[in-house]
Ligand binder design. Sequence first.
Ligand code: IMP
Length: 433
Amino acid sequence: MKNRVQALVGAQWGDEGKGRVVDVLARNVDVIVRYQGGANAGHTVIADGKKHVFHLLPSGMLYPNRVCIIGNGVVIDPAQLKSEVDDLSPPPSEIGSRLVISRGAHIVMPYHKKLDVLSEAARSKNSSPIGTTGRGIGPCYVDKFNRVGIRAEDLASPTVLERKLRLNLEEKNPILERVYGEAPADFDEIYATAVEWGEFIAPYLGDSTFEIDSAIRGGKGVLFEGAQGTLLDVDHGTYPFVTSSSCVSGGCCIGGALGPGRIDRVIGVVKAYCTRVGEGPFPTEDRGDIGERLRRSGAEYGATTGRPRRCGWLDLVALDYSVRVNGLDVIALTKLDVLSGLDEIKVCAAYRLGGDAAGATKIFPNSAEKLARAIPEYRTLPSWKEDISGCRRFDDLPRAARDYVGFIEESSSVKVGLIGVGPDREDTIVRDF
Ligand code: IMP
């Protein structure tokens, strides 16, 4: 089988509909690995009319017999994970053999969430908010890289947990009290909760590096499932308006323990238009009727925070950048149906960065300041009025929709292998995927 090892990434600002695509791919893979981010992500999958929202569990859990791995690059909120596991059917006892949590994954502690919310409020006062999800992601990764973080394995080892927690609170409590004027975090309370988390998590702890390697050696299909999106990557996104992990395809090598040469194919999930939640530059954002229309038809409200997403036309300059930094081999285009019924469709084909005299560029400036000044140059494409949700073959699509897909392929030099035409799992056109 070709493409045994695949990495799937969001090619925009997250919320591209990755969960849906993973769900389609999961039919043909044996192991699904999450490798970065935490409960800031929200993957919505509609299966058999039932809506599932996963924040931490890989969406592959919906398929029996698939092994799902939470890699070392993920930051875990154990209470959130427990509620997702408890919600699954079949019951958790059957899940034991197919959920593996890396011992090296870091744990989001209550003080991380508190510090996330407090520092976001402080930034807001200085008119420079990031618009984080408040899930403690940034502070947890700070501790990881500062080498004081609490890892999943520590939860199951009370003496280590006690030592590390005391060390952390010695540092965090003065910050909570003196910087933010808050009450200190209570050791006994957090310790008791963390011991309970340890009891829950212990049966799932494993060596993800070994699991992944043996799956690949055994000829199994392995899918690395990215969260958030390329433009939210801590290095390659619109810094500082980014999340704190490596969302690009290369992130799976670190957060999922994979040698780069083992990746057979990188899939980029691209929404047929653009959205962004939180702050930061977004050149094609439409604050008027079009943005509102896309938000309504596309149900563009955050799966994690419920915030309305900012909406706008597809940005081919940003997509070109995403193709480069991820090495995309194929595109999964989602939500094409949301564009049905518009009078015309626009795509951003270039930016003007320095006023008219400077000319247009097709090169994405990976600087938030420059991007904030980018003025999009649009191409207007013909629209279609038909409902396309019943289309199952590419040729069933109206001419203008096929041309839209063709335009994306030509501009990005990447084939569109899968197209989402409606909210249900079956509303998908699988071309060459
Ligand atoms: P954090 O990841 O909570 O620190 O938030 C940092 C930025 O990433 C904010 O702008 C969030 O809105 C954005 N973000 C985080 N997770 C997601 C996601 O899953 N989808 C879209 N945006 C996200």
